[in-house]
Design a protein around this ligand. Structure first.
Ligand code: UGA
Length: 457
């Protein structure tokens, strides 16, 4: 456990805030989680977790004695470290909307103590926000002292669906700010840096993992590292999708091509999976965020713009694949398998399924959609869309003219094709994530279309 247990306040109970609170409590610190949404706090106080993230509710339950939840900012007074983990949704021009960061910082300001306190930005914030928060505290905090109240940027690299694994066994911890503040952060993370905590039952330490690297840098560089990392991952995905389109036209196979290029250690295999492109709350927002930062400085970022264009074009590519097979979608029954933007989450933000439902409906199709986890959430968040929620997989396949695999949930990797395919009106599968590995065509007279593969599998 932590060599020196600290008092920590975490503001925001979204993915990042809950993950951070759970992690720090597990490392032995005393953590207060704050959120302005009273319903979320009430849920957490009852021991319920407002988001779907594997292992998270167990982690919070196991460390309940070191965790408390409130809407009241007064715990900030006693905190050694205060984390800002609030959302930064994109504003109308693509630049992140900082209103929640500003309001969290203002609320902190009024509660700062007189002792040394470190204020940590963990939200993905535009470069320069750390400085801005410092100025805001200086202006608003009656107790502010530049030597005692120090702002740090400590970006988060966790992925939804594997948040616990990514927080407990990170590749690197990035810390930007003044040396004195970074020392406090190193103490806070000591058990993580040394990996001398007991892994939670849900998330064992991966074999071969030793410890994270530490990057100590300035506020600006830490903020830039976060954006540049996400932008680079987004680029890799769009690159694979761009090459996939050409593979289809020249008779090459994207899966074999990415295997072939990924063996070059300078390239690597990861994040080269062609398909429907990225969704979620991060890549779209962060690539746009960098472009708008560039625009502010009169600096063009054409690679990022291209990555965005390719990503969203991919959604239309899938519709066109379907159109080529069915000629018209009028009156056709098309079922989507997967609504969440990726497996193991119920997050629907910027999910390709949303665009697909809209486009298919516009073309006259009757759309049915299934998801193992996200359907209740879709009922609220996608009530403006025209689709029928599928009761189960049998319902999704029955009398369908086509089924599109949109999200590569495990449940869809083990489908009982022998049972499901014969119930379709037409045995057409658009595998938009290249998940099907066994040859279906001959076996069950199905037509399977994938991305970047011209030969039938
Ligand atoms: C991403 C980053 O991976 C995290 O490191 C980062 O911390 C996070 O954003 C964030 O900024 O908060 P996340 O959006 O949760 O995490 O999900 P990813 O697993 O990265 O997947 C993003 C999207 O890319 C998904 O829609 C996925 O289907 C797609 N993807 C991913 C591909 O299409 N191909 C790939 O090869 C990999």
């Amino acid at each position: 456990l932590a060599a020196q247990a600290m008092n920590v306040t975490v503001i925001g109970t979204g993915y990042v805030g809950l993950g951070t609170a759970g992690l720090l409590a597990h490392l032995g610190h005393q953590v207060t989680g704050i959120d302005i949404a009273p319903d979320k706090i009430a849920q957490l106080q009852r021991g319920e977790v407002p988001i779907h993230e594997p292992g998270l509710s167990d982690l919070l339950a196991e460390n309940a004695e070191r965790l408390s939840w409130t809407s009241d900012y007064s715990s900030v007074k006693e905190a050694d470290v205060i984390f800002i983990c609030v959302g930064t949704p994109p504003g109308p021009d693509g630049a992140p909307d900082l209103r929640y960061v500003i309001s969290a910082a203002s609320s902190i300001a009024h509660q700062l103590g007189e002792q040394c306190q470190v204020i940590v930005n963990k939200s993905t914030v535009p470069i320069g926000t750390g400085d801005y928060v410092e100025r805001l505290l200086e202006e608003l905090a009656p107790n502010f002292s530049a030597a005692q109240h120090l702002v740090v940027s400590n970006p988060e690299f966790l992925r939804e669906g594997t948040a616990l694994h990514d927080s407990l066994y990170p590749d690197r911890i990035v810390l930007g700010g003044a040396a004195k503040a970074l020392e406090t952060m190193i103490q806070l993370y000591a058990p993580l840096l040394e990996q001398n905590f007991t892994p939670p039952a849900s998330t064992p330490r991966p074999e071969g993992y030793t410890r994270p690297a530490t990057v100590k840098t300035t506020l600006q560089s830490a903020e830039m590292i976060k954006y540049a990392a996400n932008a680079f991952l987004a680029l890799k995905i769009s690159f694979a999708n761009e090459i996939a389109g050409l593979c289809e036209r020249v008779g090459a196979d994207i899966e074999e091509v990415t295997t072939g290029i990924g063996l070059d250690e300078r390239i690597g295999h990861r994040f080269l999976q062609a398909g429907l492109g990225w969704g979620g709350s991060c890549f779209g927002k962060d690539t746009q965020g960098l472009i708008s930062a560039g625009r502010e400085h009169n600096y063009a970022m054409p690679i990022l713009q291209a990555a965005i264009d390719i990503n969203y074009r991919q959604r239309q590519v899938i519709v066109e694949k379907l159109l080529r097979q069915l000629k018209t979608l009028k009156g056709k029954r098309v079922s989507l398998l997967g609504m969440a933007f990726k497996p193991n989450t119920d997050d629907l933000r910027d999910a390709p399924a949303h665009d697909l439902i809209e486009r298919l409906h516009r073309l006259g199709a009757h759309v049915t959609a299934h998801d193992p986890v996200a359907m209740p959430r879709a009922e609220h968040e996608w009530s403006h869309l025209s689709y029928t929620p599928a009761r189960d997989l049998d319902h999704a396949f029955a009398r369908a003219d086509a089924v599109i695999i949109v999200t590569e949930w495990d449940d869809y990797q083990h489908l009982d094709w022998n049972k499901l395919l014969p119930t379709m009106r037409r045995r057409l599968i658009i595998d938009a994530r290249n998940t099907i590995r066994q040859p279906l065509d001959h076996m069950l007279q199905a037509t399977v279309k994938q991305v970047g593969r011209s030969a039938p599998i």
